[in-house]
Design a protein around this ligand. Sequence first.
Ligand SMILES: [Fe+2]
Ligand SMILES: [Fe+2]
Length: 186
Amino acid sequence: MQSVNFIHMEDGTKEEYEFLHKMEAEYTTGLVGRLISMLGELENSFSGYKISRLEHSLQGATRALRAGESEEMIVAILLHDIGDGLAPYSHSEMAASILRPFVSEKLYWIVKHHGVFQMYYYSHHFGEDRNIRERFKDSPWYQDAIDFCHNYDQNCFDPDYDSESLEFFEPMMRRVMSNPHLGTPS
Ligand SMILES: [Fe+2]
Ligand SMILES: [Fe+2]
């Protein structure tokens, strides 16, 4: 079978859906490669900082590596800003959604809200409440999100920091992303 015959999904047969399922599974094996390409594009993200968004992501992941954090945490940091190009108004949620099948609920939550927690470092300069993160203070992961941003995000704009390369992290990405916990898409 090269392709299915149906033009309306409601007309598809079991064999056709099995064929599509196999094609999709093959395509999914390329996920890590596509994510690495997207990370590479962060080299061309908006400027103004001393380093690119790619270098920022590598620096955060490298700091986490050297601090002895888990591979799941390191990969989450590597990908935390991957939505900058396509989701400028909701980049935290985009990264969290990509990570969700591969990381703990806690880490998913931290990445999903990291943009709000990052506001602590700058929003008061615009006359806004820097403590907006306190809306989440009842979460069991509130302090973890503060630590995530303090240790691996707000401090990762140093042009002199010696980060590992994207290639260095690829095997780690493959390990973390080799075992998705799949549920019904929501
Ligand atoms: Fe971010
Ligand atoms: Fe960031």
